[in-house]
Design a protein around this ligand. Sequence first.
Ligand code: F6R
Length: 244
Amino acid sequence: MKIIIAKNYDEMSEIAAREIADFINNKPDAVLGLATGGTPAGMYKELIKLYKEGKVDFSKITSVNLDEYVGLSGEHEQSYRYFMDDNLFNHVNIDKSKTFVPNGLAEDIDASCREYDQRISELGGVDLQLLGIGGNGHIGFNEPAEYLYQGTHQTELAESTIEANARFFDSIDEVPKKAITMGIGGIMKSKKILLLASGENKAEAVAQLVSGKISTKAPASMLQMHGDVVVVIDEAAAKFIKRA
Ligand code: F6R
C-alpha cells in the first residue's frame, strides 16, 4: 500500500486527479470504478480542468459507479447518477452510454445487482477503482458488520452514514435508508485502487485501514490484502497513522 500525505484537501484533490489522468493516458480505454461524496468532488473539478487543458481524454473510457441510493431516480439531485453527471460527465468528453451507476429504482434489485456484476465482468473488470472512506471505515456502502458481501447487493445504511450524509439533504428524514453497493469482492477484484480521505473525522478509519489488522468491522482494512492500493490523504486524515 502506497500512502501519499498531502497538505490539505486541495492538494489531495490535485494529486489524485493527476494519478487518474496519468492512468487514463496510459490506458485510454480503461474501465474506471468511480465514487461520489464530498471527498472526490474537488478531485473531479481538477480532472475537468485537466480535460479542458487538453491533458486527458475520456472518449474511450467506460465507468462503473460503486453505489446508489435505493429509491432515488437519476434525476434526483442527491442520487449518485445525478452527482456523476453534474460533477464530471457533463463537463468532459465521456460517452454517457458507457457510464454505469446501479439502478436505485430497479423493480427487482437482486436481479439488477447480478446484472451489474455481469456487466463489470463482461467489461473485463475494473482497471482503477476510486474509493472514499466512511468515518466508520466503510468502503462503497459496505458497512461494518459480522460478515461482508462479495458481489453487488442491497444494504441498509449504518446510522452514522445516514447522519453523515444528511448534510446533503434538506433533513435527515430524507436520507434513504438503503443503498445498492458493489461488494467487497467486487472492489478487491479491481486491478488498482485509489483511496482518498480528508479531514480529522476520517483519521480513525484511515488508521484502521493501514493498521496491519483485518476485520469486517473495519471494511476498508480488507484493502490490506490488495496488491496495488494508493492512498492519498491530507494531514488531518493522517493524524493517527503513526499510532496504528
Ligand atoms: C460514495 C461511497 C462512500 C463514500 C464515503 C465517504 O460513492 O461509496 O463510501 O466514499 O461515505 O463520503 P464523503 O466523501 O462524503 O465523506
